[in-house]
Design a protein around this ligand. Structure first.
Ligand code: AHR
Length: 627
């Protein structure tokens, strides 16, 4: 193959092409990225969280009583907050003979020498009461312990720091009232102090770092389907996810579990800021999941039109909360009180997710989009293309995008390797004067749903096509992002994890290479293949971009064939880079393996590149040259 880079033919492309899409699916939030170690800390699990019901899944889930010195029950009268109605009451008959135990999400991982922030809301309801001892225990061994003061007769938050004096992989938290009588307990919470950037109510450092290492240019959240839920009562309401944790409104997660909302809008925006990327919140378009019925709540599809003005106002309020002045605006003031006086500088907002493009949808969607553009003309509104269908755009969100000049449209497709191979030109024909594209969800799916060299190279192939079309494709994000082992509803995902390990996939490394080595200028290149066999050209791709700030040039080459391809690279047009030099120092990154390899990792080496030189593309490989 001959690869000729033509530095004389360039075009401006998006500098935000590679981002991430965080959705709470596969226990990505509670039990995952959100560093809370206590499961069901608020006693708000409910049978309704789980589709088809699960008898054990209720307010006492994950909690057990140890010892026979008393009993416990769930109560709801006079809770800490109406959004958090359930709490536990332990009735102690024999002090030190009874305790509540919680094993976290598959055990609480504890590291020797690390400190953990404990907080508990408590009040003494009856009896003399006394102090409360809190320990981290594993197999009868205490690895950390502290004692809280005796609670009073009103709810009070008590805090302490626990320091572990040994490792334990699956510890439990033990809460032991030392006095007698009835003591009420709620919001029993434990966080490692070492969270990402040391934030309180923060994120698991190793997982968050793996995401930050992708160098995403933006983060879309909170879904996906989680954004619109599977019924009007399940729409994700951003206002219920900010402020004190005990006042946030927990919710059934449509993927079949429970969301505490401890990882809410405040934390999402903070995380974006900590990663240095743009937040892209997605709000329901006034309809629930693909206009699904409202699970027996009596309303089909959309929010009733007379309630839409309030819903539209909620969307506008989000923009004010994110960007409004901390002193002069209502929502900006609230953001400041919550700990972030400076605006978050929100630039993008998503409306809708894969919605069926029906009359119900159209009315509500356009109402929201118009209101946002009217009040905030500079905010980029990202609409939806609807459920993916190839071909005609008549019944998709693209028709609305054209008619109403919507800034950007979110497309989703999960396709076979064959589809990706034969659709390298997918965006070549897209209208350059219409809405921009955000490919918000995509991944190569093959039987058994692995994430391996074959799927990862298909995604690399597609990114080359997106870079070539980076004048119309503004953003993209692989989906889904995170999956906890043994709690996975969807495969493949980009990063698997358990309580101790982060397990990036092969596809993660494609995203990481493309996210780290990206540009804002596309340099045309031609790829000529000597072999005429059908399917050969389609399995090869090249894309060259330049970062105008650093002057660095990145050449990406994909070979999805089962044999190496001898390549002749012609870089002679990069005259300004070579000057008088015969060769330049460059760095080569190669990701290669058998087609079904799930453990391949990129290897790096120093190379010299010349105006013309030979480079052999290994079988099943993604090569990236950094000049
Ligand atoms: O990424 C998983 C799901 O796929 C998303 O929630 C939804 O938007 C799509 O159908």
């Amino acid at each position: 193959a001959t690869i000729k880079i033509d530095a004389g033919r360039t075009k401006k492309i998006s500098d935000k092409l590679i981002g991430i899409f965080f959705e709470d699916i596969n226990y990505a939030a509670d039990g995952g990225l959100y560093a809370e170690l206590v499961q069901n800390r608020d006693f708000e699990y409910s049978q309704a969280d789980v589709k088809g019901g699960n008898k054990a899944w209720k307010a006492d889930f994950a909690w057990t009583l140890e010892g026979d010195g008393g009993t416990w029950e769930i109560r709801t009268s006079e809770p800490i907050h109406e959004n958090n109605p359930n709490y536990a009451v332990v009735d102690v008959k024999q002090p030190s003979q009874v305790a509540l135990l919680n094993g976290g999400f598959d055990g609480i991982p504890v590291r020797e020498g690390e400190k953990y922030d404990l907080s508990v809301f408590a009040k003494q309801l009856e009896g003399k009461g006394g102090k409360i001892r809190v320990s981290l225990v594993q197999d009868g061994r205490v690895v950390a312990q502290t004692t809280l003061k005796a609670p009073k007769s009103d709810w009070k938050k008590m805090t302490a720091v626990l320091k572990a004096d040994a490792d334990a992989d699956h510890a439990s938290i033990k809460v032991e009232p030392l006095g007698t009588g009835k003591v009420a307990l709620d919001m029993i919470s434990l966080f490692p102090q070492q969270t990402f950037k040391g934030r309180k109510n923060g994120l698991r450092a190793d997982l968050a770092q793996a995401l930050a290492d992708l160098k995403p240019k933006f983060m879309r959240f909170p879904g996906g389907c989680v954004a619109h839920g599977d019924g009007l009562h399940n729409i994700y309401n951003w206002k219920e996810t900010i402020g004190p944790l005990e006042a946030r409104k927990p919710q059934r997660n449509l993927w079949g579990y429970h969301q505490t909302k401890g990882l809410g809008y405040y934390e999402y925006f903070q995380f974006c800021e900590d990663m240095g990327c743009e937040p892209l919140p997605v709000l329901a378009a006034g309809v629930s999941c693909q206009n699904s019925s409202d699970r027996g709540h009596g309303q089909q599809g959309g929010i009733p039109m007379d309630k839409m003005p309030k819903y539209v106002q909620d969307v506008l309020d989000l923009i004010e909360w994110a960007n409004g002045d901390a002193k002069t605006t209502k929502w900006g003031k609230l953001r400041a009180e919550q700990g972030h006086p400076a605006p978050f500088n929100l630039k993008y907002i998503g409306i809708g997710n894969e919605d069926l493009i029906s009359k119900t949808f159209e009315e509500r969607y356009l109402m929201i989009v118009k209101a946002v553009k009217e009040k905030y003309p500079d905010i980029v509104v990202c609409g939806t293309s609807g459920p993916w269908s190839e071909g005609s755009d008549y019944e998709t969100g693209w028709r609305l995008a054209k008619d109403h000049k919507i800034d950007m449209i979110d497309e989703h497709y999960y396709q076979t390797p064959g589809w990706f191979i034969y659709h390298q030109d997918y965006y070549d024909q897209y209208d350059r004067n219409g809405s921009k594209v955000y490919l918000g969800e995509y991944a190569a799916h093959t039987p058994g749903r692995p994430n391996n060299i074959e799927t990862a190279l298909c995604e690399a192939l597609h990114i080359c096509g997106m870079e070539r079309n980076g004048d119309v494709v503004a953003m993209s994000s692989y989906a889904p992002l995170l999956a906890k082992e043994h709690h996975t509803q969807w495969n493949p995902d980009m990063i698997y994890f358990n309580n101790k390990e982060v397990k990036p996939t092969v596809g993660y490394y494609v995203q990481k290479l493309c996210g780290n080595y990206c540009g804002d200028e596309y340099i045309e290149s031609t790829l000529s293949v000597n072999e005429g066999r059908k399917g050969v050209r389609e399995r090869l791709a090249v894309s060259t971009v330049r970062d105008s700030k650093t002057g660095k040039v990145y050449i990406k080459m994909v070979n999805l064939l089962n044999h190496p391809v001898k390549g002749k690279l012609d870089l002679s047009s990069l005259k300004d880079r070579f000057g008088e030099a015969q060769s330049l120092d460059a760095r080569l990154h190669v990701l290669t393996g058998n087609w079904d390899d799930r453990n391949a990792r990129p290897k790096e080496s120093d190379i010299k590149v010349k105006p013309e030189f030979d480079y052999e593309l290994p079988a099943y490989s993604f090569s990236l040259i950094e000049i």
